[in-house]
Design a protein around this ligand. Structure first.
Ligand code: NAP
Length: 290
């Protein structure tokens, strides 16, 4: 009897996980395991580190392997799209997916990165983007998610700079086509971001993760009215955040974005409110060990 009950429990257990390459340092397992355990959900959360040539086989095996949901990380946020049956409007606009939900053998893709960023900005940092002037460094995957969700909140102006001008040009074009209440400018250089007149500066590049990374902005451009948001969370305080703090600006790293995108993924999978306090605690403990 006991054996049958155990087998039933195991059979009914849902599998979730993070797909990436590499993926082993992801903090998502900590956050989601804590949430499943707190809500007594019979589920486990695994790390799926798959090489590029394993991607297709893995994506086609999800339903068979009882995998009900995935978080997607580098380098697969765009590459998983051909394997999905459906895309949420947000993921379609961003053209990248960070969450997959599997139901009735169908795969649906979402992007909760931008939503997570906006939730953190509004709820924890009490910053309402409406009518604000915003500067963004970087036009890659994270920048696309963040700028789309910021645009939904109707800022006055968003200026974007990327070392690869074509990427920024493409993103600006897409934003202009979809959001008519905000002005969008392509900056040809960091100076073109006009940080002195901005309310919010976002670093959406990986510059700042390494100790010897350069500071991309000039010290003089940072000021007291500015909120500086670095999407990087390891280290918890980049050179940019450190200097901005010294100049009297408010600052935030990307841990809050990670938390809220995880909460949004959890809610998509389970249709239950995410236990945010427990997930936050798990993340805070995990980040100390990085
Ligand atoms: P990505 O797709 O590589 O985008 C970064 C962009 O910045 C690229 O277009 C890159 O150009 C550009 N860039 C590099 N150096 C630059 C410079 N000096 N000036 C201007 N642009 C420059 O990376 P991503 O996936 O968007 O991630 C960006 C950062 O966000 C990473 O640090 C990542 O860890 C972080 N992130 C955080 C969260 C969170 O939840 N907190 C979520 C997602 C991402 P090239 O490709 O030509 O180098």
């Amino acid at each position: 009897m006991i054996t049958t009950a155990l087998m039933d429990k195991r059979f009914l257990r849902r599998i979730y996980g993070v797909l990436g390459y590499p993926a082993r340092h992801s903090l998502s397992p900590l956050m989601h395991k804590a949430a499943f355990s707190a809500l007594k959900i019979n589920a486990e959360y695994k790390i799926f580190e798959k090489k590029p040539d394993e991607l297709a086989g893995f994506m086609r095996s999800l339903a068979k392997e009882r995998i009900f949901g995935l978080n997607i990380t580098i380098p697969y946020k765009e590459k998983v799209i051909p394997f999905l049956d459906k895309l949420s409007p947000g993921a379609r606009l961003i053209a990248a997916v960070n969450t997959v939900k599997v139901s009735q053998n169908k795969l649906e893709g979402f992007n909760t990165d931008g939503e997570g960023f906006l939730e953190h900005l509004k709820k924890d940092l009490k910053f309402n983007p409406k009518d604000k002037t915003i500067s963004i460094i970087g036009a890659g995957g994270a920048s696309k998610a963040v700028s789309v969700y910021l645009s939904k909140a109707r800022p006055k102006l968003i200026t974007i700079y990327d070392i690869d001008k074509n990427k920024a040009l493409d993103l600006i074009g897409r934003l202009k086509d979809n959001f008519k209440n905000t002005g969008f400018i392509l900056a040809g250089s960091i100076e073109g971001l006009d940080i002195k007149n901005s309310d919010l500066l976002i670093n959406a590049t990986a510059i700042g993760m390494k100790e010897d990374d350069p500071l991309m902005v000039s010290e003089e451009s940072l000021h007291k009215r500015l909120l500086v948001y670095d999407l990087i969370y390891n280290p918890s305080e980049t050179k940019l955040l450190n200097l901005a703090k010294l100049k009297g600006a408010r600052v935030s790293n990307g841990l809050g974005m990670l938390l809220y995108q995880g909460c949004a993924s959890f809610e998509l999978w389970t249709a239950k409110p995410a236990p945010i306090k427990i997930m936050r605690q798990a993340l805070n403990e995990g980040v100390k060990k990085l």
